[in-house]
Design a protein around this ligand. Structure first.
Ligand code: ARG
Length: 432
């Protein structure tokens, strides 16, 4: 395959770094342009730039995509309540389409004839990169050299780079494969490959072990406007005192609370702050065996502290503002949505239609949810919304009860009519 100019999805890790000289040597690329997407990995961007250039990149784009990621990728999966196989909130799965979007954009701008990624042949990420790229620009070639290269170990990759005159200091590799962004962290490989083995303490990257967290009930109220989280307040106490200087939100001090507020373009900061708070409280750990798209089962750990809170809270608002049929129908789509995203179908008509559907249903998702965070758990204490369909007078069993009980009896009769007819037949000895 003849490739002149290639745009590479660059992570700053060893694989995508070695890919730079490798693409030039093995694929004859004249120019390798790296693209690093900052979606909340919290890495040293200058070190990343330097590394790419040291490995021979002709140019590197370092893109701050945190806000776009938060708004256009994290929010839709939150609205869809989309946990793959009921657990994983798709952090890695939603990042590949966004990165691909920019690979395609920059390939156009730079007049490149191919894009490249560093995913292996047995994972899901190759599928997500490639499906996203071909959905956006089917004329672009996609190179995936890691699927076919000869290196069997990290040492061999380092040796290759050194032969090319690139000084690589063999840093100790983490025993795990880790993928991080502001929506969560995935951890796999090493001892985790035995699904019966308890994860070692060092496997968890940001969440504290629930048994080591402060013995204090932390009361947190979270505010939503039209399905977007806008801010939260935390009841004063030793926990929030110890951590509030690490948070990015602006603090408005109230009598009993610290209220954290965010500008309209600071959703990512809100998510990061919720991550900080919940990670310190041991919230958001998942340990699961999942079905990869290529058919393999794999054991994975996830840390998704902010999604855990946001999800619990938004479901409560939903319970107030959605009528029964809308809610039940919405719930029945969640798994399908999660599958589409996991399978690389981000830029598909069905997934996009689901987004419109969820957005429309959640336009009244405005309100406040009161939570208690305690030792790794999130408990719901209360919820309210100006658009709530809950009606005290209809719900109460007290003397203010305004519900028409007589109508209830008639309704029950009509609702049960088909069963009554069937019952009659049964009584006649039919339907045995
Ligand atoms: N199993 C998860 C997924 O498919 C995590 C993948 C993480 N990627 C990685 N290169 N470590 O979404």
């Amino acid at each position: 395959m003849k490739v002149n100019k290639v745009v590479l999805a660059y992570s700053g890790g060893l694989d995508t770094s070695v890919l730079v000289p490798y693409l030039k040597e093995k694929y004859g690329c004249k120019e390798v342009i790296c693209v690093y997407a900052d979606i909340g990995q919290e890495e040293n961007l200058e070190a990343i730039r330097k590394k790419a250039l040291d490995f021979g990149a002709d140019k590197i784009y370092i893109l701050d995509l945190k806000e776009e990621f938060a708004k256009d990728y994290c929010m839709p999966v939150l609205w869809a309540n989309a946990r793959y196989e009921g657990k994983y909130y798709l952090s890695a799965a939603i990042s590949r389409p966004l990165i691909s979007k920019y690979l395609v954009e920059i390939a156009k701008k730079e007049n490149a004839d191919a894009v490249a990624h560093g995913s292996t042949g047995k994972g899901n990420d190759q599928v997500r990169f490639e499906l996203s790229v071909l959905a956006l620009d089917p004329s672009l070639k996609v190179l995936a050299p890691v699927r076919e290269w000869e290196f069997k170990s990290r040492e061999e990759e380092i040796e290759y780079a050194q032969k090319k005159g690139i000084p690589v200091f063999a840093t100790k590799k983490s025993p795990y494969s880790i993928d991080k962004n502001l929506w969560g962290i995935s951890i796999e490989c090493g001892v985790l490959e035995d699904p019966f083995k308890e994860p070692p303490k060092d496997a968890w990257q940001i969440t504290k072990d629930p048994k080591d967290v402060i013995d204090e009930e932390v009361i947190l109220h979270i505010f939503f406007e039209n399905a977007y989280p806008k801010g939260f307040k935390v009841k004063k106490g030793s926990f929030i005192n110890s951590i509030k200087s690490n948070l990015k939100g602006k603090i408005k001090e109230e009598k009993e609370f610290y209220h954290f507020v965010y500008e309209d373009n600071e959703l990512y900061k809100l998510i990061m702050d919720l991550n900080t708070i919940s990670a310190f409280l041991g919230i958001g750990r998942v340990d699961m065996v999942e079905n990869r798209l290529v058919g393999i089962k794999s054991r994975e750990l996830y840390e998704q502290p902010a999604p855990e809170i946001l999800d619990k809270a938004l479901r409560e608002i939903e319970s107030l503002i959605l009528d029964r049929e809308s809610l039940h129908f919405k719930l029945s789509n969640n798994q399908k949505y999660a599958d589409l995203v996991y399978y690389g179908y981000w830029f598909s008509p069905l997934k996009e239609a689901f987004d419109e559907f969820n957005k429309s249903l959640l336009k009244n998702a405005t309100g406040e949810v009161k939570l208690k965070l305690y030792k790794g758990n999130v408990y719901v204490l209360g919820r309210k919304s100006p658009y709530s369909l809950y009606d005290y007078k209809l719900a109460t069993y007290d003397k203010e009860d305004a519900f028409d009980h007589i109508a209830g009896g008639k309704f029950t009769l009509v609702w049960g009519l088909p069963l009554r007819q069937i019952g009659k037949i049964k009584g006649m000895g039919g339907n045995k």
